[in-house]
Structure formats: C-alpha cells, structure tokens
Ligand binder design. Structure first.
Ligand code: ADP
Ligand code: GLC
Length: 496
C-alpha cells in the first residue's frame, strides 16, 4: 500500500511538539510493516540544507493562485536513517521564512498561513490522484495531520482516481481559522462553503474541512475520541464529530523506542533498563541536579516537567502546587516555553528556591531526555491532553507520572491504588491545585516505601509502549478504506 503522510512537522528535522514526534515514529512503524510511506512536509528555511543533497521528483508549475514549486526527495542515507522516505515541498515564496513552521520570530502567525498550508494540502491531494506530479507514484491513502493539512481531503474529493483520506486530530484546540475572503486564493468553490462545509462562524476552518471530507477521522487516544464529541473539548466541532462518529477512531500513540529508551539513549550519562534501574536512576539524577544547579541530594524526591507552558498543560497548577514539593523536601526541574506570564511565575519560583527549583525556559532536546532519566517522578496535570507523549516516556524511563485523568493520560496511566499488576503512576480526577497537591502527597508517601515504589517503576518500564500495536490499527484502517468503495463521506467513491 502506498501512503502519503502529510504533516507540518517531522522530527528530528522540525518539531514544536508531539505531532513532530508522531510524524516520524508512525511512518517508520508503518514502513516496518512493509508499506511504501512517504512523509510530505514543507521545505522550511531551516530544512533548505536538505534540498542540495536531494533528488528533484517533480517540477510543479504555478496554477491559478498557487506559486510554482518543486518536490524533492531527501537523500537515501537520510531516508534510511529515518526509516521512511522524506519528501519536501520546495516553494521559497511560501516556506523560506524566518521563524518556525507556523509563526515568525516574534511569535506572530505567518501572514499567509492559509496559502502556505493550502498549497501543502493541494499538492498532497494531487499526489493521491491521477494528477500525481510524480511519474509512477500515486498514493492509495493520504493521511493528514491537524489543521495545516485539513484541506487535503477537501481538494482530493474532486480529483480523478482519488486515494482514500484519513484525517488525524492531534489537538482540536487549534483549528486553522481564516477570514472567508481567503477563499478565492485557496481555489475553493462556493459549494464547499456554508455551515455543512468549511464555514465556521463566518470563518473558513481548515480543521472542519478535513473532518467533513475525510473518509476516516482518527484521533490519538480512545478517551479523547469520546471527549471531543462533547463540550468543552469539542471546541465548537462536537456536533460535526458526533455526526461522523461512525468513522471516528481513537488510536493511542506509541513511542519510538529507538529514540526514547533509557537502554540506548545517547543523551543521558548512564544508560539503564528495568534490571539496572536503581543505579541508572541514581547516576542520572546526580547529573541532572548538577546540570540544573540544584543541591546534589540523592534522597530528595525529584519531580520533572517537560512541557509547553500553557493553560492546557496545567502549568499554573504546578506553580500553585510547588509549595507541597518544597515542604516535603523535594526538588522540581522544569523545562519549557510558552505563556510569558507563566514563564515569569516560574522564574520567580526558581529564584526564590534555587536549591530546590530549577526552571529552564527554552527548547532543549538533551535536557528533556535527562529529565526523563534523572527525575523520580513526572508531573503532567494537563487540563486536556489528546494523547501526551511525555507520560509514555516517563513510564519507559522508570519515572512514574502524576496525571490528570483526561485523554491519553487516562488511557495510559493506572493509579497506584488500583490493580498492583497494572498500576504505574498517580491519577487525579479534577484539574485543580488541591487535587494535584493531594496526588503529590500520595507520591511522596509511596516514594518512602522502596518496595512499593519499585513495583510502580517496574510495571511502567515493562509495559509495551512502542508503536507495534497502534501501527497495525492504522494499517487495518487503511486496508478497510482501500477494499471497499468509500461512500461514507458525501457520496464520493474511490477504488484502490
Ligand atoms: P504537545 O504536543 O501537546 O506539546 P506531547 O506530550 O504530545 O505534547 O509532546 C511534546 C513533545 O515535545 C515531547 O516530545 C516533549 O519532550 C517535547 N517538548 C516539549 N517542550 C519541550 C522543550 N521545552 N524542550 C524539549 N522538548 C520539549
Ligand atoms: C498534540 C497533543 C498531544 C499529542 C500530540 C501527538 O500536540 O496536544 O497530546 O500527544 O499531538 O499526537
């Protein structure tokens, strides 16, 4: 089966969060199952170095409002290392900009995001049709990820010999809303607008387009698949999702165990597995305390956080609950960036308690790995969390997570009070400071009982967290879409 996995970010080349990780790990797992998977993303400025080594697959002439572009295949050694083939959409007018994929250096959205991601979606659609610009290659499945790719199923719907489309929601809070006057630049016919089409409260919604037109919708955990069919987590699209509930699937993300695995992790000073956990944790904890300039103290319970610093992630709850950690003689290491007011509160907390609290504002891959390996426990009090990857990494690194029961956190963490065979962390049910404080208190209690703690750690470390199960679920979905003529969405038919 030929799959085009279209995404705005893909690790290790460009990553702003979990979507970047999944866009590398899932295609790799699918390739491992024998599928022909191409990952398509824009050639942002920071990726232009890859173009010189790459091979030109197609020259795409300017069409209507769309500028000319080239499709470049990354070099073979690079693709071999990634485990899949990377295709870059080279269109300097749209992608050769300072800043990140979505925003400029001043954290403002790029002015022409509608066209930037509209064109990515249009090219993806062409690659899944008889109009594929790459001779001899036409996708059977176009797998779209989040709003930047939401128009691909829309464009695909009118193309001859079209592939089936899958729209994966990684976070419904971001919907890609644009003024309706962008419509002509995006070459969207009027009949696709309206309340049953792409319109959302007098705006154009890329996400809604993807949901309305895709043959299947997936999201990244079963619990989130249920949560988004209701308010408040449906973010206004709960009705659309309920209407399409029959083709909405929740598939829990896995982790890439070649990258996030304490036994092989190149970023940590001492590697370890479930049998050498105690010595490994102690050595990495010492290294983390030194790196973050905390008091070197093997007995202080060390809480770690790696996160976007936002309300979604419950960063404010951590600020408010930090006193409980300090009072218990614990330590807190935080890495992240985001909301400026939250960053400032965290800086003040660290300045007030330098021996016990370290805050690093920024994006730092190696510190993220060291926190997973060196912390005793991981805090993830997200108000909502479609899946979450850090709690999965924490389980793999013997760092029991403390989580709010939502989305993928509810689907992956079992509270210590439950079945001792399965318990792997701490779960609380209301996103409040009080509930988080109580969970931290319980964690301190368990930590003081080495036998109970070891049981929690071992059950997490021995869990199967890789993509093997979830990749086969995507594979089954792809097969299902390919064998039957798809009439589920808007009476459109495909054959592949
Ligand atoms: P989200 O995508 O909503 O931010 P996830 O838990 O799915 O949350 O994924 C976040 C990913 O980004 C993880 O791999 C995490 O380690 C990484 N990450 C987040 N913030 C930072 C940071 N400041 N430095 C390094 N890695 C980070
Ligand atoms: C989004 C979600 C996060 C999820 C990630 C990868 O960024 O916020 O929960 O883990 O996508 O699917």
């Amino acid at each position: 089966m030929k799959t085009l996995f279209v995404t705005p970010e893909c690790a290790p080349w460009i990553k702003t969060g979990g979507l970047g990780e999944v866009s590398a790990a899932l295609p790799k797992a699918l390739s491992g199952l024998g599928h022909d998977v191409k990952v398509l993303m824009p050639a942002y400025r920071s990726l232009r170095g890859l173009l010189d080594e790459g091979r030109v697959l197609a020259e795409i002439p300017a069409q209507g409002a769309w500028p000319a572009a080239r499709l470049i295949q990354a070099s073979p050694p690079l693709n071999q290392a990634a485990g899949f083939t990377l295709w870059l959409l080279d269109c300097p007018a749209l992608y050769d900009l300072a800043g990140g994929p979505y925003q400029d250096e001043g954290s403002q959205d790029h002015a022409d995001n509608a066209v930037r991601f509209g064109w990515l979606s249009q090219v993806a659609a062409m690659l899944g049709s008889d109009l594929s610009p790459v001779p001899g290659w036409q996708a059977d499945i176009v797998h779209c990820n989040d709003w930047p790719t939401g128009l691909a199923p829309v464009y695909l719907s009118r193309l001859p010999g079209r592939a089936a489309s899958v729209m994966t929601i990684h976070n419904l809070a971001f919907q890609g809303l644009f003024p309706l006057d962008q419509v002509s630049r995006l070459e969207l016919p009027d009949e696709w607008l309206g309340i049953d089409g792409l319109e959302y409260w007098s705006k154009l919604s890329f996400m809604k387009g993807g949901l309305q037109f895709a043959d299947a919708i997936t999201t990244v955990s079963p619990t989130y698949a249920r949560e988004i069919q209701q308010e408040p987590l449906g973010f206004g699209l709960q009705g659309v999702l309920r209407e399409h509930a029959g083709r909405l699937h929740g598939i829990l993300n896995g982790i890439d165990t070649a990258v996030w695995n304490p036994a092989v992790d190149a970023f940590i000073p001492q590697r370890y597995d479930a049998t050498s956990f105690r010595a490994g944790k102690l050595a990495n904890k010492g290294a983390l305390q030194i790196r973050c300039q905390l008091k070197p103290d093997p007995d202080a319970m060390l809480f770690g956080v790696v996160s976007r610093l936002t309300e979604q992630k419950g960063t404010d709850l951590i600020v408010q609950a930090a006193q409980e950690i300090l009072a218990g003689g614990g330590q807190l290491v935080m890495l992240g960036k985001g909301d400026l007011a939250l960053e400032q509160s965290l800086r003040e907390l660290a300045e007030a308690h330098p021996a016990q609290v370290s805050v690093t504002i920024g994006f730092d891959e190696s510190l993220a790995h060291l926190i997973e390996a060196g912390a005793d426990c991981f805090l993830m009090p997200s108000r909502f969390e479609p899946c979450g990857l850090n709690q999965l990494y924490s389980l793999a690194y013997g760092t029991p997570p403390i989580v709010h029961a939502t989305g993928g956190l509810a689907d992956s963490v079992v509270d210590e009070s439950r079945d001792p065979e399965l318990a792997n962390g701490f779960v609380f049910f209301q996103p409040t400071t009080e509930a988080l404080v109580f969970a931290i208190r319980r964690a301190f209690g368990r930590y003081r009982d080495p036998v109970a703690w070891e049981r929690l750690v071992q059950s997490g470390m021995r869990q199967q967290l890789d993509w093997s199960v979830s990749a086969t679920l995507y594979e089954s979905l792809y097969r299902e879409l390919c064998v039957r003529p798809v009439s589920v969405a808007r009476n459109r038919y495909i054959a592949c």
